[in-house]
Design a protein around this ligand. Structure first.
Ligand code: HEM
Length: 408
């Protein structure tokens, strides 16, 4: 055991939450394999990897995986209380938590929806949804851009992709909000109960939606999922429901957080914002740099599927390892002057979408969505004035629960 790295990282400490980057810099230099502890009950700690090249190597290493059930006998886990089962049952079939071969099967089914070509064709509809979300903002005053714009918009976009009728978007937003709280590492028993109840309702809703999508009648993500089942891809009913719901969750939170993180970074760098607003920086370059600079998903978690050694550290079978995407994205060995927001950086090697078999399936959509959002916001808010924020408490993601911006 590498004692030097022990207890070197406490991701939930308030100062880490507000600004983890100086701590990441120290870890990259002194403890590239650090032991991270959290006060959350049931979490024993995890290895934290902070150097870019180590994160890349680890996420491509098939000795790390997601399915703990393959490592431990079934009775090693405490039984799930009945009232929590809808929540945990829902996530059990998510591709993100599957290793090969199940992972490849689940992922392949939806791939045609996310090619660059298909996503590019979605532009007019995305522009429509962004315009509708902007139209809901008041003409002047202070708005919370997270609750009033980025969060509902991101949920609407993926609901649309799944064929949820527009009239039901508010319903979906409410479910997603409560379930997200129940799935966070920091959560209360009440939140788990409430999330579980909402998960049951959401699954029932999607059951109805699946039934309404007849084979071969459309080209939405939901049609593809339904067709995959019918075409004998061996997508079971439970997997079909789980996959459709998974896209809702995989697709909305990071997209929403990127908008908050990005606006906050741009407000602190007015000359760069002006350069973008005045057309001197392409939207693609802006989005790539914002993804790198303050990445919505900070850590990609895996478990050691066997006893192994990684970067000189012995890791026991079943131990958790967190690959620091946010830390890697500030590694000076790859990104010169990494703590500077530099919209002219023109370097797309960031790991905000992860890497390896689980690399974000929706990255083309996420990039296009962000390009449209920031371009439209720059027109609507030529002077960006941020007047306050509240930060999310999470280990996995980094972002704001509120960002107050002056409009008008
Ligand atoms: C700013 C926006 C986004 C960011 C930063 C982001 C980031 C990520 C990351 C880091 C992973 C890998 C997690 C891991 O390896 O543990 C991931 C996976 C995934 N993302 Fe995204 N994502 C974004 C938006 C989206 C959107 C819009 C969709 C689809 C509607 C999407 C669908 C997925 C899916 C399906 C996976 C699982 C892939 C797999 O397990 O093979 N994401 N995302």
């Amino acid at each position: 055991m590498n004692q030097v790295g022990r207890a070197a990282f406490r991701p939930l400490d308030p100062e880490v939450r507000e600004d983890p980057y100086p701590i990441y810099a120290r870890l990259r230099r002194e403890h590239p394999m650090a032991w991270a502890t959290t006060p959350a009950s049931g979490y024993l700690g995890f290895w934290f990897v902070s150097r870019y090249h180590d994160v890349v190597a680890g996420l491509k290493d098939n000795r790390f995986g997601r399915e703990l059930a393959k490592v431990f006998p079934p009775d090693a886990f405490p039984p799930i209380p009945d009232e929590h089962k809808p929540l945990y049952g829902m996530i059990a079939n998510w591709m993100l938590f599957k290793d090969p071969p199940d992972h490849a099967r689940l992922r392949r089914i939806a791939a045609p929806v996310f090619t660059l070509r298909t996503v590019t064709a979605m532009r007019p509809r995305l522009e429509e949804l962004v315009a509708a979300a902007l139209a809901r903002l008041p003409a002047s005053g202070t708005v919370d851009i997270v609750s009033d714009f980025s969060s509902p918009l991101s949920i609407d976009i993926v609901s649309d992709l799944l064929g949820v009728p527009e009239r039901d978007h508010p319903l979906i937003r409410g479910w997603v909000r409560e379930i997200t709280l129940a799935l966070d590492l920091v959560r209360t028993p009440e939140r788990i109960l409430a999330g579980s109840a909402r998960a049951r309702e959401l699954i029932e809703y999607f059951r109805g939606l699946v039934a309404a999508h007849k084979r071969g009648t459309g080209v939405t993500l939901m049609d593809l999922l339904v067709q995959a089942r019918a075409d004998g891809e061996y997508l079971t009913d439970d997997e079909l429901l789980a996959s459709s719901v998974f896209f809702l969750f995989a697709g909305h939170e990071a997209s929403s957080l990127l908008i908050g993180n990005g606006l906050k970074a741009l407000a602190a760098n007015p000359a760069q914002y002006a350069a973008f607003r005045d057309g001197r920086v392409p939207a693609k370059a802006l989005v790539s740099e914002l993804m790198r600079y303050d990445s919505p998903q900070q850590i990609a978690f895996r478990h050691a599927l066997e006893d192994l050694e990684f970067r000189g550290t012995r890791i026991r079978k079943g131990q958790t390892i967190g690959f620091g995407l946010g830390a890697a994205n500030r590694d000076p060995d790859v990104f010169p002057d990494p703590d500077r927001l530099d919209l002219a950086r023109d370097d797309s090697r960031h790991l905000a979408f992860g890497i390896g078999i689980h690399t974000c399936a929706g990255s083309n959509l996420a990039n296009l969505e962000a390009e449209i959002v920031f371009s439209e916001l720059a027109k609507r808010l030529p002077e960006l004035k941020v007047v306050g924020h509240e930060r999310q408490e999470s280990i996995l993601v980094r972002g704001l629960t509120k960002l107050f911006v002056e409009v008008g």
